[in-house]
Design a protein around this ligand. Structure first.
Ligand SMILES: [Zn+2]
Length: 91
């Protein structure tokens, strides 16, 4: 599993992780650490949350992992936990 952020960022059901999209369209689950799978295993990385939320797909590389982490925080976590982890500015 590839959790996003430190242990203090998981709140209740909201635990972010990066899901990989396999070539057949299926998504990896929370037990898969997408960064440890061989290149070419996935066609995309998607920011995901244990509550079932998923964001837009990103390139399956290191930059994509970073974008997934940022998106989970900005696009999901701050909406479900508005008083914590809110970025200092909005887009
Ligand atoms: Zn969530």
């Amino acid at each position: 599993m590839l959790f996003i952020g430190g242990s203090d960022e998981g709140i209740g059901n909201h635990v972010g992780f990066v899901a990989g999209r396999y070539r057949d369209g299926a998504l990896s689950d929370t037990r898969t650490d997408v960064t440890r799978c061989s290149p070419g295993t996935f066609t995309a990385f998607l920011p995901s949350c244990r509550c079932g939320w998923r964001g837009a797909p990103h390139e399956p590389d290191e930059a994509g992992v970073r974008r997934c982490r940022r998106e989970w925080t900005r696009e999901h976590l701050r909406h479900v936990v508005p008083t914590r982890h809110a970025p200092s500015h909005q887009r």
